[in-house]
Write a protein of this length. Structure first.
Length: 328
């Protein structure tokens, strides 16, 4: 009796298997196999990525789309020009996310920046007049030694336009106006060094030049907690000694590409036109808290944006960090 039951049970199982290969049950099994799992069970150790066609596809895409970095260079005219990061697909992270998402999902590529082999730091004690021409940024430099009445109106415009600028403080001004300096800092702007008494740096002894820079550097740290990075020589007057001293104090000497000449009180319209006609990727724009620049600032920012450029700080513009366009 037990033998007959076993034979009957085996026959039933064979019938189910046979039906499963064809007919409605078979179709259900095939569809179920094609559906991605609700929760990924991919184990990165279980498969060698190099053998996976998906991984090879990602590698091919990486080779086709890679953008090489640009090294910092010492130009005969523009002196030190910063480098600019390259960009490529992060194959490992892209593959990992694609496997986790399942075969039915489109590949979402993950990118990483490629640093240049040569950076500003590698060029030594050299002045800087512009950013990398491949980086679509423009720096707003505001040298502050006078003109207090225009500072807050300019800050309000920068807030309205959601733009940060670099304010270079004359040390004697900072000593007299710590609260106004803190207001600039509170608004999120970059605060830097413009010497202490606004001298012509090229005419100073090595000792005096060092004191002018280091005194303001120390005051920035003590009064605002700022670790100084950039030094802007007053009136753009400097010599190689100035650059060498600043470099020895850990500062890079930065000049400008485009001057508003706002101290001559030009019309705001003429200032905006100058920026519209001459600003380009990497331009460093010099201004002061004057009536002309205060009235022209919003127009300046708007024409910069219309040119497809991003207004920002000196640090942002001279950084090798790549500008990634928004997706979608």
């Amino acid at each position: 009796m037990n033998g007959r039951k076993s034979v009957i049970l085996l026959a039933c199982l064979a019938t189910v298997v046979g039906i499963g290969k064809t007919g409605v049950v078979g179709e259900y099994i095939q569809v179920a196999r094609q559906q991605p799992a609700a929760v990924s069970t991919w184990d990165p150790k279980a498969v060698e990525p190099q053998q996976d066609p998906l991984y090879k596809q990602i590698l091919e895409k990486r080779e086709q789309t890679r953008i090489q970095p640009v090294d910092a260079v010492l130009d005969r005219v523009w002196k030190a020009i910063p480098g600019y990061n390259g960009l490529e697909i992060d194959a490992e992270e892209t593959y990992k996310q694609a496997k986790a998402a399942g075969a039915s999902s489109p590949i979402t590529y993950v990118y990483r920046q490629i640093p240049p082999k040569v950076n500003l730091e590698d060029l030594g004690a050299e002045p800087i007049y512009r950013g990398n021409p491949k980086k679509p940024m423009v720096a707003l430099m505001i040298n502050v030694a006078w003109g207090n009445e225009f500072i807050v109106p300019m800050l309000d415009i920068l807030d309205q336009e959601k733009v940060k600028a670099t304010f270079f403080f004359d040390g004697s001004w900072l000593k007299k106006n710590p609260e106004l300096a803190k207001e600039i800092q509170k608004r999120g702007h970059e605060l830097e060094n413009h010497a202490y008494t606004h001298p012509n740096m090229s005419q100073l002894s090595e000792y005096r030049a060092s004191m002018e820079i280091s005194k303001t550097q120390k005051l920035l740290k003590e009064s605002l907690g700022v670790d100084n990075t950039w030094f802007a020589p007053p009136s753009g007057d400097f010599n190689q000694q100035t650059v060498r001293i600043a470099h020895g104090l850990g500062l890079k000497t930065v000049l400008w590409t485009l001057d508003t000449v706002d101290w001559q009180n030009p019309s705001p319209e003429s200032v905006v036109n100058k920026i519209s006609n001459r600003a380009q990727a990497g331009t460093l724009i010099l201004m002061h808290p004057t009536a002309s620049s205060s009235k022209a600032l919003q127009g300046m920012i708007q024409v910069i944006k219309k040119k497809g450029l991003i207004p920002g700080t000196v640090g942002q513009t001279l950084s090798p960090e790549r500008i990634i366009p928004p997706s979608g």
